[in-house]
Design a protein around this ligand. Structure first.
Ligand SMILES: *Cc1c(COP(=O)(O)O)cnc(C)c1O
Length: 426
């Protein structure tokens, strides 16, 4: 994609021509001076979800009380799972909402290792989300069966060469598990190709879609993916700590053990039998009582994604990232910045990482609420500023303003006022 001007008028024109522009009005936006580029960490609150939660809390919980379990709550994990299935290329009975991403990973890794009991190796990469690697390390310790984790390295610090993955997989590999879009660099794997590499060695493939769901057009069925998990509070705008989703391909569902045999995964939880009897299908991957309030938030938030259409969202996401890269190339590269994300849009999710030796202090200056303009990105060690672009509410003008603000912070050395003191959540 070519852009010919770094003038703000181009940004305004791109916004005016944007077919998804009306979606921004569907979100709660209270501070006009604030540019929010962190939807890849916590998405904004949709108006529809604000009113839905009001209804869920006051009517369903407040008035209907326990009766509401039979008036919609009990079926909600499957209903919302079916909606998510539509944007990840799965069948509606292959996806369900349960627990957190970390717990779902635990359940599926354990299930995969049991299923592949002759094989002892799990392959992942150094760009995977640390929680994913921690969960795998913990399982290996608990099982005490000499499993080992192989971590594939990057050659350039930004991408992972599929040949490196290929070389790590062999007849000992039980499972290959990767983040589809990597949280630091936004590197996006070719899902179909990598899944095939796993299958060529009869290994199972598990994708973590947390950083790609809702912004990338995913087709799990076409790519023949075995298992997947993902967050709902990032680009799906489900709210802080909203429950995660879990996908298991239809023909694998009765072959895999649910790992945590809680009563919601039992075939008849309300008979209160003393012996566990796993439910048929995807339902057996439920654990305990679902968090209805936050699950309801996911239910209404996902509708915006369905209304906009994942293909249109991906098209805008690419345009946003391309435009941002264009501005960074022209304005920030002369100021000691480096781009820490892939330049090829086919291998990139919806955020752009830029790197600078003073990144931490620059972020402090960007987010300082005493300033006239506040820009909220996030900082990732050691020197990454992540700019997350959410196609339903991020505008081209916001990107123009952001890059020009960063230029100002660096040119005027404004960042030197700030100290290197980190808060708990960065
Ligand atoms: C955000 C994220 C998680 C978070 O997992 P939680 O259990 O919800 O805290 C896991 N994996 C990836 C790839 C993520 O981006």
């Amino acid at each position: 994609m070519k852009f010919h001007s770094k003038d703000i008028s181009l940004a305004k024109k791109l916004d005016a021509d944007d077919p998804l522009k009306s979606f921004r009005d569907e979100f709660v936006i209270t501070e006009e001076k604030t540019i929010y580029l962190n939807g890849n960490s916590l998405g904004r609150l949709p108006l529809k979800t604000q009113s839905n939660l009001n209804q869920v809390v006051n009517k369903q919980w407040g008035e209907r009380l326990v009766r509401n379990w039979n008036e919609g709550w009990y079926d909600l994990p499957g209903k919302v799972g079916a909606k998510i299935a539509k944007i990840i290329g799965a069948q509606e009975d292959e996806v369900i909402i349960a627990d957190s991403t970390s717990i779902n990973l635990y359940k599926l890794v354990l299930a995969a290792l049991q299923y592949q009991s002759e094989r002892k190796t799990i392959v992942s990469d150094e760009f995977n989300f640390p929680s994913d690697l921690y969960v795998i390390q913990g399982i290996i310790k608990q099982l005490q069966k000499d499993h080992n984790l192989v971590i594939v390295k990057s050659n350039d610090g930004i991408t992972i060469d599929s040949e490196n993955i290929n070389m790590a997989i062999n007849s000992e590999t039980a499972l290959l598990t990767l983040s589809h879009a990597c949280f630091k660099s936004a590197f996006l794997y070719d899902m179909e190709r990598i899944t095939k590499l796993a299958h060529d060695s009869d290994a199972l493939m598990l994708w973590d879609l947390s950083h790609s769901v809702g912004v990338v057009d995913i087709d799990l069925n076409k790519s023949d993916v075995d298992m997947a998990i993902g967050c709902t509070y990032k680009y799906l705008n489900g709210g802080p700590g909203a429950p995660a989703f879990i996908y298991v391909r239809k023909d694998l569902q009765d072959k895999l053990n649910p790992s945590i045999s809680g009563w919601f995964g039992d075939s008849s939880p309300f008979e209160f039998n003393l012996e566990y009897n796993a439910s048929e299908g995807i339902k057996k991957f439920l654990t305990g009582t679902p968090p209805i309030v936050s699950l309801s938030a996911v239910d209404s938030s996902i509708d915006l994604i369905l209304d906009a259409g994942i293909d249109s969202i991906r098209i805008k996401s690419i345009k946003l990232t391309e435009y941002l890269v264009f501005l960074i190339n022209n304005i920030l590269l002369p100021l000691e910045f480096k781009i820490g994300s892939p330049l090829d849009e086919n291998f990139r999710g919806s955020h752009i990482s830029i790197r600078h030796p003073e990144a931490f202090k620059i972020v402090k200056a960007m987010t300082d609420e005493k300033n006239n303009m506040v820009v909220i990105p996030d900082f990732r060690e050691p020197d990454n500023i992540r700019l997350g672009l959410s196609p339903l509410y991020t505008t081209f003008e916001e990107l123009w303003l952001t890059v020009n603000r960063i230029e100002e912070i660096v040119l005027t050395k404004e960042y030197q006022k700030y100290q290197e003191i980190k808060s708990v959540v960065t």
